[in-house]
Structure formats: C-alpha cells, structure tokens
Design a protein around this ligand. Structure first.
Ligand SMILES: C[S@@+](CC[C@H](N)C(=O)[O-])C[C@H]1O[C@@H](n2cnc3c(N)ncnc32)[C@H](O)[C@@H]1O
Length: 215
C-alpha cells in the first residue's frame, strides 16, 4: 500500500511503512550506515552542546538520535513520508527523547513557512529525491544558523547509469520516483552564495558526505 502523503518528488511510492520498519530494524542491529555516521561525527566534532537540529527527510531519525545523545538540545524533522515520521517518533520516545523531538509530515517546500531556523540542518540522502535543487537547498540554508550537512550521490558513470536505469524502469511502471544526480558544482554554488564554506568529509562508492559551515 503506497504511503498517501502527497509529494512532488514521488517519494511516497517508494518509502512506505514496510521500508521504515526494516530501516529501523537494520539501524537497531548495526547503527547508522557509514555515510550517515561520517556526517554525524563531523557535526559532533564542530561542538553541538545545546544546539538545535532540523533534519530534512530524516527517515527513522538516526541523525536526530545521535545528536541528541551527544548533547543537542532538540531535533525537528520534516519528512514527506508519514511512516518514517511515525517510526522516528516512536523510537525517540522509547529512548526518552519525546520532549526534545518534533516530527512533521510533508515536504520542506510546503512546510517552510512554519519551520524555524536551527543551528544544524541535515539532508541525508534527500537531494537525490528532489527535482528542484535550488528550491530545496535555498530553503534549507535559510534555516541553518551554523551548518548544513549533506549526503548525496557522487557524479560517477555508475551512479548515472543506475539513475537512468531506475528512470527507465519507473517510466515503464508509471512510478514518478527518480534517483537524481545533482552536481557538486551546483550544490556548492547555492550553499556558498548562502554564506557557507564546504568541508569534504567522506566519499564512498556511491555517496559524498559534505559539511557546509557558516563562514
Ligand atoms: C532516501 S530517504 C533517506 C532517509 C534518511 N535520511 C536516511 O538516510 O536513511 C529520503 C527521505 O527524504 C524525504 N524527502 C525527500 N524530499 C523531501 C522534501 N523536499 N522535504 C521533506 N522530505 C523529503 C522522503 O520522503 C524520504 O523519507
């Protein structure tokens, strides 16, 4: 059963309750995946005692739980997938973070007017969902007082091939979901214009991990 949350990026067709539960199960067994862990470590290394977090497309809440555990004051998430928000809420409550977390269902574009600024804003494997890179990143940057953390697909031939294969399959199955490869140059231009300096944190076969820190 597809998640009914409306989303222009088509995410609700892909991310549903079954996937959210299986992501949580994997996280409880193995912890955050390697790229997420690299981003968390880089953010914590900047000092986050008492900081606030806005986690866009936060999934089951791995970044939120890690930063709260490391001394952050509060974490707000905005995710177009209702099942993720619910699973993240339950897990945060189970760990005693109910009062410090707040999850909203919807896209950043729709919810932007009610989303406050935070010290740290994260987009972990989220820019690849969105056709409107400037729309997403400008709104994210406007809400970031100190840092914007990103995990996004590298511009490699194998990622481009995967992206085209997914697009072809989704075209056949009438599924609006796409896996988009945005260029580092475009990401950089938007965030530098917004006053952030890039730090390259990590690179795997698939993902770039970058932390943008206010200059
Ligand atoms: C690939 S999942 C990543 C989840 C989590 N960050 C992780 O790494 O496990 C992408 C999530 O971002 C959400 N998403 C994509 N574009 C979004 C937007 N513009 N605003 C809010 N959520 C968005 C999707 O609904 C989905 O839940």
């Amino acid at each position: 059963m597809p998640d009914p949350t409306p989303c222009s990026c088509g995410c609700p067709n892909t991310f549903d309750e079954k996937l959210a539960r299986s992501d949580l199960k994997r996280y409880l067994k193995d912890g955050p995946d390697k790229s997420t862990k690299a981003l968390i470590d880089a953010i914590v290394g900047e000092g986050i005692e008492g900081a606030t977090l806005l986690d866009i497309g936060g999934g089951i809440g791995a970044i939120q739980l890690a930063l709260l555990g490391a001394g952050a004051a509060s974490a707000e998430s905005v995710d177009a997938t209702e099942a993720y928000v619910q699973v993240a809420r339950d897990e945060a409550a189970r760990r005693g973070f109910a009062e410090q977390t707040h999850g909203r269902v919807g896209t950043l574009e729709l919810l932007a007017p009610v989303i406050d600024a935070a010290d740290v804003v994260t987009l972990d494997k989220v820019v690849c969902c969105d056709p409107d890179l400037p729309g997403l990143l400008v709104r994210a940057a406007e809400r970031a007082r100190r840092m914007v953390g990103l995990v996004y697909p590298r511009e490699t031939w194998w990622n481009r091939l995967a992206s085209r294969t997914i697009a072809a399959w989704c075209w056949v199955t009438r599924d609006p979901t796409r896996w988009r490869i945005h260029s580092t140059a475009d990401i950089d231009a938007i965030l530098r214009t917004a006053g952030f300096q890039r730090r390259d944190i990590d690179r795997s076969l698939i993902w770039h991990v970058a932390l943008y820190v206010k200059a």
